[in-house]
Design a protein around this ligand. Structure first.
Ligand code: NAI
Length: 463
């Protein structure tokens, strides 16, 4: 059997590497238009940082796992084609700022229709608005070579940072489809290492909608606990104690109840906005408003964090040095898309703070590019003043101690484990006084830091 996957990103790369590792008899070809991404997949410096990913890729690459830009050839040779391209929020025209941009999906479907012969199974791996498969089927049916297709929906539930664990032992694999033979063919692939009772099958539309719903529910939990964190800061209730107290209720459960500076990542916001757009499209105004509030609360949480920094530093951060620890949207990934750090840094830069940023896995180029984008207007244009601001007020360093040296404050924006184990006496000695710490992830030992002399502010804790 031959599998092709279009899109060698955070989903396509790790998922296909796992299939290739677990199914040595299946040949897996991952293709992308982006040559440098493919080159990186073929090197020792993978484009995606995930614990354990390198070992999986190294085992299968060159055996039954190939990365290339030969899109047409890979499609033509495959029995099963996964589409794992990006589906970002549309930022132009109808539905701008809400709807998913399906341009890349449609281009893939057209390319598959153009170069395919015989019968193929096409698998939607990307997260898509419910009923996208209808459009995909119509485009595929226009194939001029007489090719025939079955379309399946098989959304991906991995979480970045734990992608390999999640792929190896998923809570469930979801397959939606009309043809039982096609569903079985895909279930047989996963069945090589996933228990059969964990492979759920549904109709196409339930499968498409379940992915949007899962992300909406997860993000809603974060926004719910973050909303309560604001109230804790005013009332001397402690958000970690509240989380523990409510999480022991088996109907609520303890997971995903950690208050923070706000959720990030390429999916939560985009998928909720997509859900909001769909509800609006179907005239479900109240449902749209309900889900939109999750994103509004998240924006509030990020803004509130930056405002708290300014307010507690005597209402001005202008020309003050602030160490930013962590820029990725969560630990154990190099992904910065929609990271809360971007928006906190943007707000601090607008107040003319000087930022010294450290993240163990994110490059200077990525940090600067994210900040320039965040400061630009809706058409993507950045003013000369803002460009100069980034140039003069942003420094990226390779070490947390370096970042804190001579700083007025430290802001912890990603929960990297290494931040828990630093020598805080040493850090305190090198900082300006009063030495402020803003723990946006509630990972630091407040008592210990207070004893050293720090003024520490954490999420959902009153001072
Ligand atoms: P990504 O942006 O990392 O990767 C997508 C890749 O597709 C890019 O490398 C791009 O060059 C390539 N591409 C786009 N159009 C192409 C075409 N016509 N031919 C060949 N290559 C093409 O995106 P990511 O994060 O992997 O997400 C992919 C999909 O999976 C999205 O729909 C996303 O919502 C979904 N998803 C993402 C998760 C994540 O944690 N990142 C988790 C679950 C689902």
């Amino acid at each position: 059997m031959k599998i092709c996957c279009i899109g060698a990103g955070y989903v396509g790369g790790p998922t296909m590497a796992m299939i290739a590792k677990q199914c040595p008899e299946i040949s897996v070809h991952v293709v992308d238009l982006n040559q440098s991404r493919i080159d990186a997949w073929n090197s020792d410096e993978l484009p995606v940082y995930e614990p354990g990913l390198y070992e999986v890729v190294r085992e299968a690459r060159g055996r039954n796992l190939t990365f290339s830009t030969n899109v047409d050839q890979a499609i033509a040779e495959a029995d099963m084609i996964f589409i794992a391209v990006n589906t970002p929020t549309k930022h132009f025209g109808m539905g701008a700022g809400r709807a998913a941009n399906l341009e890349f999906i449609e281009k893939c479907a057209r390319q598959i229709a153009k170069v395919s012969e015989g019968h193929k199974i096409v698998v939607e791996k990307s997260t898509l608005p419910v009923r996208t498969a209808e459009a995909v089927k119509r485009i595929l049916s226009s194939s001029s070579n007489g090719a025939t297709f079955d379309v399946l929906s098989n959304p991906e539930f991995l979480a970045e940072g734990t992608a390999i664990e999640d792929l190896l032992d998923p809570d469930r694999v979801l397959i939606g489809g009309e043809s039982q033979a096609a569903v079985k063919a895909l279930a047989d692939v996963y069945g090589q290492w996933v228990a059969r009772e964990k492979i759920l099958t549904t109709n196409l539309w339930s499968s498409e909608l379940s992915k949007l719903t899962a992300n909406a529910f997860l993000a809603q939990r974060v926004s719910s606990i973050n909303a309560i964190s604001a109230l804790c800061e005013e009332t001397e209730a402690d958000i970690d104690e509240v989380s523990r107290a409510i999480g022991t209720d088996s109907r609520i459960g303890p997971k995903f109840l950690k208050a923070s500076v706000g959720f990030g990542g390429s999916c939560f916001q985009k998928d909720i906005l997509n859900l909001v757009y769909l509800c609006e499209h179907f005239g479900l105004r109240e449902v749209a408003d309900y889900w939109e509030q999750v994103v509004i609360m998240n924006d509030y949480q990020k803004r509130r964090f930056a405002e708290r920094i300014c307010r507690t530093m005597f209402n001005t951060v202008s020309d003050k040095k602030i160490a930013i620890w962590g820029f990725a949207f969560k630990k154990d990934t190099n992904d910065t898309r929609e990271s809360a750090a971007i928006y906190v840094c943007r707000d601090l830069l607008r107040e003319r703070a000087r930022l010294v940023i450290y993240d163990p896995k994110v490059s200077k180029e990525t940090i600067v590019s994210e900040l320039l984008t965040a400061l630009s207007d809706l058409s993507g244009t950045i003013s000369e003043t803002d460009r100069e601001l980034v140039q003069s007020n942003v420094t990226v360093v390779n070490d947390a101690y370096d970042a804190a040296n001579n700083a007025h404050a430290i802001a912890v924006l990603t929960e990297w484990d290494e931040f828990r184990e630093l020598d805080y006496e040493r850090i305190y000695d090198t900082m300006q006084k009063p030495a402020f710490v803003y723990d946006g992830r509630n990972i630091l030992d407040r008592q210990k830091l207070t004893k050293i002399g720090f003024e520490i502010f954490a999420i959902g804790k009153s001072n």
